[in-house]
Each structure stands twice: as structure tokens, then as C-alpha cells.
Design a protein around this ligand. Structure first.
Ligand SMILES: N[C@@H](CCC(=O)N[C@@H](CS)C(=O)NCC(=O)O)C(=O)O
Length: 218
């Protein structure tokens, strides 16, 4: 079967695309990528032809088309079971799935106020109770995962898993918006930011010159 093909948005901005990119790369799964530029007529044409949802990321693998970041990573975990994209123990897996799902559908205050923008100079934005509550909940989640299952490495469940891929864009937001975090949180952030997969993604983002965010140059 041909290599899986991952359709992604601009690396500077597409937080949902970063997730499966991180998971596939960190698991050593060989894939091709196709970047579709937000806001260009090509985006709608290319993306809608493959998925009626009209959003990236999308993975095409043989006859299978999978849209949605978490669905793509579930597909990868099932297709390449030897890569252990979810933690091995059932208890850890249950928790990893729960935190991933909480990320997938939550933290709207943080996401709204602090969109992923890897080129943005590091600078805070005004905090409000909603953002602070999201940050506190995320820090508590990370601490609990690390305490219960993190002994085998620097990631939430020791070794890198889908849960880490889900939170990678949050790590960049904490950094970009200079959000005050605990030392433990900072250690976890450093582990994500130091991965080769994130380095590759960010190098790609820094080469892009499409500008969409109002605060790009401040
Ligand atoms: N829940 C979806 C969200 C996907 C999503 O919102 N993608 C954004 C980019 S990060 C997109 O394609 N936006 C293009 C548009 O809205 O036209 C997932 O997990 O993949």
C-alpha cells in the first residue's frame, strides 16, 4: 500500500494539523505530507474534494480517508499497533484517552484567546478567569498523568503517546503567550519542544510567509 498522505494546514497556525504530524513522526511511521494554504481558493477545492467536512488534517491511506485529528491518531494506533501510540497498560490508556478527549472538546477560553502562532514574538495577552481556569485545569491534568503514569520518560505517560500529541499545541500557546506555569509544567513543555518532530514542524512554520493573524508583527 502507498504511504499514508497527511493533508495539513499552514504549519504556523494549524494546531489541529500539528497533532497527527507529531504522533506519526514520533512513532516513526513514514508518511507524505501535503500542505494546503488557509484562505486560498485551493484550500476549499482540494480539501472539500477529499472530505466534506472541509477541514484539515485529513489522512488518506489506501482506500481509507480519515478526517479529524483524533480519529487519524486512533487509525494510526490501530494500523501500526507495534508503535504503541497509546500507553500499554489499560489504566494508563483509559486516562490517556480521557485527557485527549477533554483536550479535543475543551479549553475554549485558552484556544480562543491564544491561538497557535509559532512565529509570534513571545508576549503575554491579558488573562481572564476563563483562560486562567483552563490553564489551571491543564496543569492539574498533566501533573496527575505524570504522577500516576509518567515514570518511564518525560512525557505524560512516560513514553510519547497520542495524549502528548493532543497537547503539543497547548505547549506552544503557553510558551508564545508567556503564561506563568509551575516548574513541573515547564519541564514537560521542554520535553515536547525538544522533540525532533516539533523541531521539524517549527522549522517549516518559520519558513512560511503567509500572514493571517492580526498580532503577527507585534
Ligand atoms: N476537530 C477537528 C478540527 C479541525 C479544524 O478545525 N481544522 C482547521 C485548521 S486547524 C481548519 O481546517 N480550518 C479551515 C477552515 O475553517 O476553513 C480536528 O480535530 O481535526
Amino acid at each position: 500500500m502507498a504511504k499514508p498522505l497527511l493533508f495539513i494546514g499552514n504549519k504556523n497556525y494549524s494546531s489541529w494539523s500539528l497533532r497527527p504530524y507529531m504522533a506519526l513522526s514520533m512513532a516513526g511511521i513514514s508518511f507524505e505530507e501535503k500542505l494546503v494554504i488557509f484562505g486560498e481558493p485551493e484550500f476549499g477545492k482540494v480539501v472539500k474534494k477529499i472530505s466534506k467536512a472541509g477541514l484539515v488534517p485529513i489522512l488518506v491511506h489506501g482506500k481509507n480517508t480519515i478526517w479529524d485529528s483524533l480519529a487519524i491518531m486512533e487509525y494510526a494506533a490501530e494500523t501500526w499497533p507495534d508503535r504503541n501510540l497509546w500507553p500499554k497498560s489499560k489504566a494508563a490508556r483509559a486516562m490517556a484517552r480521557s485527557v485527549s478527549a477533554e483536550m479535543h472538546s475543551g479549553f475554549r477560553n485558552l484556544r480562543g484567546a491564544c491561538p497557535m502562532n509559532l512565529r509570534r514574538p513571545i508576549k503575554p495577552v491579558p488573562m481572564n478567569d476563563g483562560i486562567l481556569a483552563d490553564v489551571a485545569r491543564i496543569e492539574a491534568l498533566w501533573k496527575e498523568c505524570r504522577k500516576e503514569h509518567g515514570r518511564g520518560g518525560p512525557f505524560l505517560f512516560g513514553k510519547f503517546s497520542i495524549a502528548d500529541a493532543m497537547f503539543a499545541p497547548v505547549v506552544t500557546r503557553f510558551e508564545t503567550y508567556d503564561i506563568r506555569v509551575s516548574t513541573d509544567t515547564q519541564h514537560y513543555m521542554n520535553a515536547i519542544l525538544a522533540t525532533p518532530a516539533f523541531h521539524d514542524w517549527k522549522a517549516g512554520a518559520l519558513k512560511e510567509n503567509w500572514v493571517f493573524a492580526e498580532d503577527e508583527v507585534d
